[in-house]
Design a binder for this molecule. Structure first.
Ligand code: GLU
Length: 477
């Protein structure tokens, strides 16, 4: 048997992190078993459809290096892979169920449905239309009365199945509602289409969110009614912000695109989300896609919600950034440099070298280089450093001695280091004192990417001396 899994997103215009993780797991499971990964677009909910959403799904999967074997663009022998293009075939299957007594026409209007009184606060359809005679049904259909088709659930006994992650799931049949299979507009519901499509597409393992866990017995009854083999199921717990809160668009932490625009790399996102809800056997945390394929295991799936820790993902992203080839890093960093208003002023390259090992996400860049474009009056207090015994008077002394030396120096990193060390020696100071004073006097901030030499080199001689003289004049005020 060839394992066939599918990812079945609805084209809503964004890719929720939890949904992407579902797709990832389905991909990993298929590839680990030398199987096929299928993309199916579930667009039967016309109201939720967003133009361009299918392209976004494709772009996301491509960025994440999740390769589709069969799908709308790839084709395959089980197409079409877009549900709305399969519209014509669902009715035929629904009518087959009606024929078999496993489904029935329902003509109840809203008023009648509203009047149904529930039991114990749970309102379920009361099988009213199941009692209609053949003649009544025909007359209604002839008269063009709107209808839906409902599944006819057994009222006694229990339904069970074994989920590969959750184990055995059993529900009493009298808790299963006669759910709608075909809506009054002729379109199938998700509840029906997922079964028909999974069967016709030869899906062997259904991997999806556990919001469908409790409905799965109903789906299994459909498989049984058709005499089709049930697939295996692997249900996944949701990805949450913490125990009670979902990830939300409002906080910019729900969608793949949000993280890309914050400056995350797709490979870091994929690596991280693989670990939200799945625990590898060892302690390894950084995984390439191939390693994920090799290591993924259903037994490592968690049965409680996965908690999404953005700081952890940030750390991982930093690790991926460090590993990028420098040119690639610069390509990705460029838009952020452009945003930072240091455009054309100074060499990006030198900054890039400085920043690559010092940022975790690209969006830190503008803030990290802000001192380049903003050089405001420095507060004397900023020089204060207890351990190095620096105060503003010491700072003044250092600047008075070193500025004339720098004026006669050719600015290279080696020369600068040399000059700083010699100055420290002559003044009987630790070189750290001179480095620190220079860094602050050059930038006006106490934390900078890189030290004073690298910064002076980036700023260039002219700008460095302009700033140092200004800083000295402020100390003299
Ligand atoms: N379109 C459904 C969703 O996005 C798919 C669920 C499934 O994988 O069966 O939730």
């Amino acid at each position: 048997m060839t394992v066939r899994t599918r990812f079945a997103p609805s084209p809503t215009g964004f890719m929720h992190i939890g949904n992407l993780r579902t797709g990832l797991y389905a991909y990993l499971y298929a590839k680990q078993n030398n199987g096929k990964f299928i993309l199916r677009i579930e667009d039967t909910d016309v109201e939720r459809y967003v133009e361009g959403a299918v392209d976004l799904i494709y772009e996301t999967l491509k960025d994440c290096k999740i390769q589709i074997d069969e799908g709308p663009n790839e084709g395959g022998e089980y197409g079409p892979y877009i549900q709305s293009e399969r519209k014509g075939l669902y009715m035929k299957y629904a009518l087959e169920l009606v024929e078999k007594g496993a489904a029935y026409y329902c003509f109840c209007d809203k008023e009648r449905l509203d009047s149904i009184k529930g039991e114990n606060g749970i309102k379920r359809y009361d099988k009213h239309c199941l009692k209609l005679s053949k003649e009544e049904i025909e007359a209604n259909l002839k008269a063009g009365k709107p209808f839906v088709i409902r599944q006819n659930m057994p009222t006694e006994g229990v339904s069970s199945f074994v989920d590969l992650s959750f184990g055995e799931v059993t529900v009493p049949n009298n808790e299963l509602e006669d759910q709608i299979l075909i809506k009054s507009d002729g379109m199938p519901t998700y509840n029906f289409a997922n079964v028909i499509d999974d069967h016709l597409m030869g899906i062997t393992h259904v991997i999806r969110g556990n919001e469908y866990l409790s409905s799965t017995p109903k789906y299994n009854l459909l498989y049984d009614a058709f005499g089709w083999e049930r697939p295996e199921y692997i249900h996944l717990t949701p990805v949450m912000k913490d125990e009670t809160r979902k990830l939300s668009k409002r906080y910019g932490d729900a969608n793949f695109e949000d993280f890309i625009s914050k400056g995350y790399l797709p490979e870091a996102i994929i690596n991280y989300i693989a670990l939200v809800g799945w625990s590898p056997k060892g302690t390894q945390e950084k995984f390439t896609m191939d390693e994920l394929i090799e290591n993924f295991s259903v037994s490592g799936l968690s049965k409680s919600p996965g908690i999404f820790d953005e700081n952890k993902m940030k750390w991982l992203n930093g690790e991926y950034i460090k590993e990028l080839e420098f040119n690639k890093f610069m390509d990705l960093a460029k838009p952020y440099f452009d945003k930072s208003a240091i455009k054309d002023l100074y060499s990006y390259e030198k900054f890039g070298k400085l920043l690559q090992s010092r940022i975790e996400i690209f969006s830190e860049i503008p803030e990290k280089v802000e001192f380049i474009t903003h050089f405001d009056k420095i507060d004397n207090e900023l020089y204060f450093h207890k351990k190095l015994k620096i105060d503003y008077l010491k700072a003044k002394e250092v600047l008075e001695v070193i500025i004339p030396k720098l004026e006669n120096l050719e600015f290279t990193e080696d020369n600068l280091h040399d000059c700083i060390c010699k100055t420290a020696e002559a003044m009987e100071l630790k070189s750290g004192v001179v480095y620190t004073v220079l860094r602050i006097a050059l930038t006006g901030v106490s934390v900078t990417p890189g030290g004073s030499v690298e910064l002076a080199d980036i700023l260039g001689k002219e700008e460095s001396l302009r700033r140092l003289n200004l800083s000295l004049s402020w100390l003299n005020e």
